[in-house]
Design a protein around this ligand. Sequence first.
Ligand SMILES: [Zn+2]
Length: 440
Amino acid sequence: MAQILLRGRTLSFLRWPEDTNDHAAYRYEEDGGLLIDGGKMVAAGSYADVAAAAAEGAKRIDHRPHLILPGFIDAHVHYPQMGVIASYGAELLDWLNTYTFPEETKFRDAQHGRRIARLFLDEVIRQGTTTVSAYCTVHKQSVEAFFAESHERNMLNIAGKVMMDRNAPEGLRDTPESGYDDTKALIAEWHGKGRQLYAVTPRFAITSSPEQMEMAGALMREFPDLHLQTHLAENRAEIAFTQELYPWSRDYTDVYEHYGLLGPRALFGHCIHLSEREADALSDSGSVAVFCPTSNLFLGSGLFDYQRYRRREKPLRIATATDVGGGTNYSMLRTMDEGYKVIALNGEKLNPLASFWQLTRGNAEALSIVDKAGTLGVGTDADVVVLNSRGTPAMKLRMETVDTLAEELFLLQTLGDDRAVAEVYVAGKEAKSALEASVP
Ligand SMILES: [Zn+2]
């Protein structure tokens, strides 16, 4: 594969930006270059320097005046829920029973899984997202479908078979043994194959028996480099039901703690209603709280207290995510816009530099993949998004009065969506324009 040399305004974060004047937190090149070889970034910096390092036959692509950033990362999403996004009128537990569970039963059909996995990954790429951490369904074939589609595109994705053996309809339950065996077989086949990573995925404490929770803990002890993903403290009724099912537990977090599921690779979706003890337990174990603003607003679950979690004496590691289909948009730009509003309702602000740190480097750090994704760092995989801040007529007009990079990013977050995504590269290959070229 020939080298690719991208030209544009490059932006990559080095650390959390304290405020809009914290220029040391990022690297920005007004006339920047990015050299890609064999799917990896091999040089980044000023275009003049990078061009000098490029081979003569390198393919040169000029994206000026657009911004070139690391691809966005979505830390919690349910790919089988494409068919239930935008379903009216329920809170979490009703929403699962009324809409989600019937839809997920369709994934016993491998063909259906493959079709939805394909459409799902097409959609996230159109939105500028290059990595997701995805829930599949209880069916082993739903995971095979997802990984097969992801591997074919050479995407870095994390996914796992949902484990649930109770409080779910017939046809959507495994058993502690089958959940364990299927998970183990999937790990053997997919974890570390190309860029695929496996996550042990008990849906949440309500749908797993104590025996199944034991099995999830056993898997994490056997395979300590795996991720674990589940849900925690999203909704009051969910918390009360969990307390009934695990009467010995001090609180909801204690259930996961008891089975050894906390840790630096554990991703807990929502974490809205946490006691101080629970937040301390998550912090002490290095666990990640995943903020899903469009979902939390849509289902009326509550307001994630991002800034307080970040600033508390024992801070939480935080990721952000769409949580489609409880979430209402595939776009991480739309997600951070809604995140900004949730944080505002808590009486705080999230500065635009921090917001773009979060959806690139911040999410990569939270998922422990920053050596591969989330920056334009040399040696990392070339997953890149190209953003057009004039993607719509209204954005173009607003850009007339934008003077700083922070203002431009805030405009992108507030008004941007897939129309602001000019191109996406997955492991150095043009992915968004390739999709558009293949539309009949
Ligand atoms: Zn979820």
